[in-house]
Design a protein around this ligand. Structure first.
Ligand code: DC
Length: 213
């Protein structure tokens, strides 16, 4: 039997990754961070000097993607944030990455009953029949502040206003693209964590999951 999917969608900086990691531990469920696929494509574009208009080359990269070779650290840079956001509106690229995501529950060991997939269009496009769907949200102001507090620890140059601007730009691109825009699935649970910290957000999600079981 193929395992069930918990879909977690939402904008940049809302805490999806942290929540997905905590849920993964609690439920012994592997996680696919689907944004890393777009990030890995962006990484290869930078490495091979390919620009966002070279569609054929971008699709070729996506078709040959081997996710086992990237460290998490290499994929989370400001340049990759920007390029992955730009290329994610490309219809053919999105199509080329669908199979990798849909295969994820199928390639798990037999004892695994549940997987978590985090992204923007998991509950709407990739797994419209996911067992449970969450759409996480928080105001862009609070997301920018959280990111700023994080970046400030290692960089003295961090500027709240630039972080906020970049988050707003990414939101606009994610929500307004023609293909697979970031919108809550009609049957998703909306988790607005503007006024929650991580433990409160996690508890809200666990409460819903416990009710569903
Ligand atoms: O979640 P993330 O920040 O790692 O995602 C990187 C970029 O990829 C982000 O700009 C949005 C895009 N993305 C997407 O369009 N669809 C997904 N399912 C996941 C990410």
């Amino acid at each position: 039997m193929v395992c069930s999917v918990i879909a977690i969608d939402g904008p940049a900086g809302v805490g999806k990754t942290t929540i997905a990691k905590k849920l993964s531990k609690k439920m012994n469920a592997p996680v696919l961070f689907s944004g890393q696929l777009y990030r890995a494509v962006a990484y290869e574009m930078i490495k091979n000097k390919i620009n966002v208009s070279q569609e054929n080359k971008i699709i070729q990269i996506a078709k040959k993607l081997d996710m086992s070779i990237y460290s998490e650290r290499a994929l989370y840079t400001a340049k990759i944030d920007l390029i992955s956001s730009k290329i994610s509106s490309n219809k053919l690229l999105r199509k080329a990455l669908i199979n990798y995501q849909r295969r994820f529950p199928k390639i798990q060991k037999k004892r695994i009953k549940l997987v978590i997939i985090e992204g923007r269009d998991i509950g709407t496009v990739i797994f419209p029949r996911a067992k449970v769907k969450f759409f996480m949200w928080a105001s862009s102001k609070i997301r920018a502040k959280r990111r700023y507090d994080q970046v400030k620890k290692t960089s003295k140059k961090a500027k709240l206003s630039s972080i906020q601007k970049e988050i707003d730009r990414r939101d606009l691109r994610d929500m307004n693209r023609k293909v697979a825009p970031m919108i809550p699935a009609a049957d998703s649970y909306l988790i607005d964590n503007t006024n929650y910290d991580i433990p409160q957000t996690f508890n809200a999600i666990l409460k819903i999951l416990n009710k569903k079981n």
